[in-house]
Design a protein around this ligand. Structure first.
Ligand code: AMP
Length: 542
């Protein structure tokens, strides 16, 4: 027997309808890429999103078409998101930090028809435009006054494009499982893979992160969303903040300590979220200037392990609660948060600070377990480490246009992380199975660097591992076995790599060894190498 409740699909644009109707006056504030502060309200953002949807309709965009954005966190980007999704098209966020070959692959794989692009990123698109036969139009996210002269075909300023367009558009009527957004992840080897979110998963995820023990956003809050909308959905803040009726503050391109501090201060920000590298910049700025954080209650740190010193500085020096989070693009992205719980409330401060170093526990709607190499469940004893598997309504079941099974037989997704889980449910990442390095919140593929490095004359074998780094979380170390008789040196190898990989992928150091350890099947044993070089210090760590 079925229940007798209304069939009310979970659609992303209903978040904006709710926000506009009940918190319409609530502000969205952007530090624009031209350096100015722009203020709008949820109600206005909804009106302009409807105009975006109408303008897309006029362009002949149909449900399911992919529309890309390459943009900072700004109110125009939010309007583009809701307009695209509310029209039933798929909002495809492009990460400007990817290099040309990856962007080439991604835009063509997605077959994007229109690209929304911030002025900052116009040169990236101009350099690639010939390689994008499916892209019909570029909408530059600015007004006519700031519109750059550009060689992009059919380029128009965002403000001109929606100028005079009718806002009496009715959101598309969709099944809640309709695809809403697409985000490619390069967190594994091979070509980037498209994670395809649905309206339902986005709405559920927005609600999930609003639970009190996750981000716990309230209508009184002012939220600075530093985590980019182009990488893992700004950790759902674009949905969660209007759903809560909170104020949304966005930094545009201003990611340095001073810009972040000014927004925290002027907008009386109560909660904010970013990767550790950004927080390091803010903490350095605070130390240099002696400034404090009187309005800030909560800082969410994730995307890479939060260093213990960062937890202590925020909590002890600035009286700001640290919520250490973990997740991944395939999880929409939030998987765990380290908010204290009833059973830990009686612990002394020192034990709680220690516990915050772990990646946290799952909220309702995420299931998590660890297994051994044969897939057998491992105990939650806080000691045994295993492959971390997850399940839930906001976890991927496959990748866009890729016909491969990504789930285990009983429906679990393997995160590629190695972790333990303690009896209270707190998970701790202990290693990584996937062959990648996370630097400043973005991925470096170790295998790709190795493949280029072995092409250097005199190099016999190459292995790249990520080692902890004070500023970037991790940086690559290149380990080389020379060919017999060769005396190839560090500089020759780095010169060889130069121009063949992205600049920020360049190894920070090169070391030479007699032998690299292998598994029985001939794979390089990265975990053993990381262990072997655990005391290694980069020659220039700053
Ligand atoms: P992405 O899909 O780019 O968001 O990357 C997800 C991956 O980043 C995870 O599978 C982890 O390997 C890593 N990661 C995310 N958050 C943390 C964290 N708090 N501590 C350690 N690693 C993390």
């Amino acid at each position: 027997m079925l229940g007798l409740m209304q069939d009310y699909p979970l659609l992303v644009h209903t978040i904006l309808d709710h926000g506009a109707l009940n918190h319409g006056e609530r502000e969205m504030v952007t530090l624009g890429v031209e350096g100015e502060i722009r203020r709008t309200t949820i109600a206005d953002v909804r009106r302009r999103s409807l105009r975006v949807a109408r303008a897309l309709e006029k362009e002949g965009i149909r449900q399911g078409d992919r529309i890309a954005t390459m943009a900072w966190n700004t109110e125009r980007h939010v309007e583009a998101w809701f307009g695209i999704m509310g029209h039933g098209a798929i909002c495809h966020t492009l990460n400007p930090r990817l290099f040309a070959e990856q962007l080439d692959y991604i835009v063509n794989h997605a077959e994007d028809r229109i690209v929304f692009v911030d002025t900052t990123f116009v040169p990236i698109m101009e350099a690639l435009k010939e390689r994008f036969p499916t892209v019909e139009k570029y909408i530059v996210m600015t007004d006519s006054e700031h519109m750059p002269a550009t060689a992009l075909p059919n380029a128009v300023a965002f403000e001109d494009w929606i100028d005079g367009v009718d806002e009496d558009y009715e959101w598309a009527k969709l099944d809640e499982n309709t695809a809403a957004a697409l985000c490619y992840t390069s967190g594994t080897t091979g070509n980037p893979k498209g994670v395809l979110y649905s309206h339902r998963s986005n709405v559920l995820h927005g609600l999930m992160v609003n639970q009190p023990d996750v981000f716990g956003l309230r209508s009184e809050d002012s939220i600075l969303a530093i985590v980019p909308m182009f990488h893992a959905n700004a950790w759902a803040l674009t949905f969660a903040v209007p759903a809560a009726g909170a104020k949304l503050v966005m930094p545009g391109a201003g990611m340095d300590g001073e810009s972040i501090y000014q927004l925290l201060d002027s907008e009386k920000v109560s909660s904010t979220a970013a990767v550790p590298t950004v927080w390091l910049g803010l903490l350095q700025y605070l130390e240099q200037t002696g400034k404090k954080l009187p309005h800030l209650n909560k800082v969410v740190v994730g995307g890479a392990a939060c260093p213990p010193m960062m937890i202590r500085k925020f909590e002890l020096d600035y009286d700001v609660e640290v919520i250490h989070g973990w997740g991944m693009t395939e999880m929409s992205p939030v998987g765990t948060t380290g908010k204290m719980k009833h059973a830990t409330s009686t612990q002394d401060r020192e034990s709680q600070l220690k516990l915050k170093e772990k990646q946290g526990r799952t909220p309702f709607l995420v299931e998590m377990k660890i297994v051994d190499d044969d897939g057998n469940d491992l105990p939650r004893d806080g000691k045994t480490s295993g492959h971390l598997l997850v399940k839930g309504p906001c976890v991927s079941s496959g990748y866009f246009k890729l016909d491969e099974d990504v789930l285990t037989g009983d429906g679990w997704f393997n995160t590629g992380d190695i972790a333990n889980i303690d009896p209270l449910g707190f998970m701790q990442i202990t290693d990584r199975d996937k062959d990648v390095i996370k630097s400043g919140g973005e991925w470096i593929s170790s295998i790709e660097v190795e493949n280029v490095a072995v092409g250097c004359p005199g190099v016999g074998e190459a292995a790249v591992i990520g080692l902890p780094h004070p500023k970037w979380s991790e940086r690559p170390l290149l380990i080389i076995v020379r060919e017999p008789g060769s005396d190839v040196g560090e500089q020759e190898i780095l010169t060889f790599l130069d121009g063949k990989i992205a600049k920020w992928w360049m190894p920070d150091d090169v070391v030479f060894v007699e032998e690299i350890p292998h598994t029985a099947t001939g794979k390089i044993q990265k975990m053993e190498l990381r262990e072997q070089f655990s005391d290694f210090e980069f020659s220039s760590p700053a």
